[in-house]
Write a protein that binds this ligand. Sequence first.
Ligand code: MN
Length: 311
Amino acid sequence: MATAERVVCEPSREPTVEAYPGLATDLGSLPITRLLPRSRRRLVGPWCFLDAFGPLRFDATKPVDVPPHPHIGLQTVSWLVEGEILHNDSLKGTGLARPGVVNLMTAGHGIAHSEETPAQNGGRLAGVQLWVALPDAHRETTPSFEQNGDLPQVALDGGTAVVFLGSFADATAPGRTFSPLVGVDLAASGTGPLCVPVDPEFEHALVPLAGSLTLGSDRLEARTLYYLGRGRTDIRLEADAGVEPARALLLGGLPFRESVLMWWNFVARTNEEIVAARDDWEAGRRFGEVLAYAGPRLAAPPFVARAVPGR
Ligand code: MN
C-alpha cells in the first residue's frame, strides 16, 4: 500500500459470523492469501495482519525470499503447518520456523529481518504470517526475537489446541505479549464435535487451515477469515469425516482500542512517525543490518500521506 491506512473498526459486541474471503496476491515469488487487514475488518483483538500461503511443493526454487526490511510498532508471528522458513535479523537473531516451532519478533522501536526458504528444505510449505499491533505503552519497546517450541497443548472435547501465542483455557504460550490475546492452532480428532472454550470478553476469528469444518449452519471455506465477534463462551465446530484431519487457526483478543496507522511494514499512529521510520531505513539508521542475508535489502516504496476517513 502506498498510502497509510487508518485502522478504524468497531468490534462487534455480540456473537456474529462475518465471512471475509482472502485476497489472492503474492509476496515476490510466493503466492499468498491476505486475510487481514480487510476494508471492513482491520483488527481482531490486536491481530492486524494475516497472510496465508501454501500448501505448495517445490524443488529447485526458493518460494520464500524476502530480503532485509524494517518493522516498527508490531510483533511478527510465523506459524507453519508444513516446511521451513529461516529468519535472520539485525540483532543477529536467527531461527528456523517449522511445524510446532513459532518465530516471534518484537519490532518495537525498530528492527530489520529477512525471511527465506533455507537451502536444506523438505520441498513443501504451508503456513501463516501474522502481525500483532503493540499498544501505545509498549510500541517503542526494545526489539527482540524469540523462538518457541514445546508449546502448550490443551486437550478439548473433540480435538486439541496448540497455543502458539497468548493464553487459552488454562495454558499460556511462552512468547512475550503486550495485550491480552490468543493464537491457537485447533485440530479436530474426528470423533464428535470440537468444543472450543473462549473468553467472552475477547473478539475472535477462525481461519480454516485444512480439512472441512462447519460452524452452526456455515461450512467454513478455505482461504477465508470468519470474524466471530464477542460474547461467546465456546465455539462448537463440526468436523466432517474426510481424508484430511480438520484444522483451523483461532485468533482473538481484547478489542484493541487504539487507532492504528499501517503503512508498508510499519504499525504507527501518525504520518510523521511513518515518514521518520521510512527516512531512517533509507538512510541506514535505526534498524541495523541483517548480516546473515546474502543480497541487497528492500528499498522502501514512496510514501504518500493521505487522510483516510474513519468509519
Ligand atoms: Mn517482515
